[in-house]
Design a protein around this ligand. Structure first.
Ligand SMILES: C[S@@+](CC[C@H](N)C(=O)[O-])C[C@H]1O[C@@H](n2cnc3c(N)ncnc32)[C@H](O)[C@@H]1O
Length: 221
């Protein structure tokens, strides 16, 4: 991604470090570094804590997040990555689905201070249960749930919520799909399932930031 493109979206790239401009104040969300300059308050986006930051630093080419993006985030946890997306999509909506009540409690606290975050306590494998909360036609689905059926869960959610031509990010953990199988075989199986529904725009390892993970960037047909 070009430095200019990132700048327009409120990101700053300095060597192997990436920052988001934060319009929501200067309190840290996790243990990230924060500083202010004449352009505003900046939060460092840690690639060891967030696979999306790792994707950017690994030269990811697609970044369909802008000021008004509507996003469905599956496996939002406490909101580490979602907090940076919330810095960028200031006028959009981020629906964060999470199965763990403990994790979502922290995300709820974050949502009290950021009006573009919408916490949803639910199992992402049963999207019909949150169809009254999440609207159809979202721009992007981001999925990071480290489950055996990750691909099937993504496809189910895309069919209900993703607009045609919309993007999906699948953060795939090979060992969660099958501990015993060689990762390359897992990736090939995953790719075969994905191409039935999506165009695969990019596939990339997230080493050295994230062990054993591969990102698939997809466009819904
Ligand atoms: C790797 S963590 C996510 C980290 C987060 N995406 C971030 O970068 O800030 C995976 C999360 O997925 C959640 N999860 C696992 N299975 C799920 C499911 N079926 N539905 C919703 N959330 C799920 C877990 O509870 C966990 O919080």
């Amino acid at each position: 991604m070009k430095k200019n493109t990132l700048q327009e979206k409120g990101l700053k790239l300095e060597g192997k470090r990436v920052f988001t401009r934060c319009p929501w104040g200067d309190a840290p969300i996790y243990d990230e570094r924060i500083f202010a300059d004449s352009d505003g308050v900046w939060r460092e986006w840690n690639p060891y804590r967030s696979k999306l930051a790792a994707y950017i630093l690994k030269g990811g080419e697609h970044f369909p997040f802008s000021r008004s993006t509507t996003l469905l985030y599956l496996g939002v946890a406490q909101g580490t990555t979602a907090s940076h997306i919330s810095d960028i999509c200031t006028e959009g909506r981020i629906y964060g689905v999470e199965i763990s009540p403990e994790a979502i409690r922290k995300f709820l606290k974050l949502a009290e201070r950021r009006e573009n975050l919408y916490p949803v306590l639910a199992d992402a494998s049963r999207p019909e249960l949150y169809a009254d909360i999440v609207p159809p036609g979202v721009d992007v689905i981001y999925q990071d749930i480290a489950q055996r059926t990750q691909v099937e869960i993504l496809i189910k959610n895309a069919e209900l919520f993703l607009k045609r031509g919309g993007y999906a990010f699948l953060m795939l953990k090979a060992r969660s799909v099958d501990v015993a199988a060689p990762p390359d075989k897992i990736y090939a199986d995953v790719r075969r399932k994905l191409v039935e529904v999506f165009e695969v725009l990019q596939e990339r390892s997230l080493k050295p930031y994230q062990k054993d993970h591969r990102v698939f960037v997809l466009r819904y047909r």
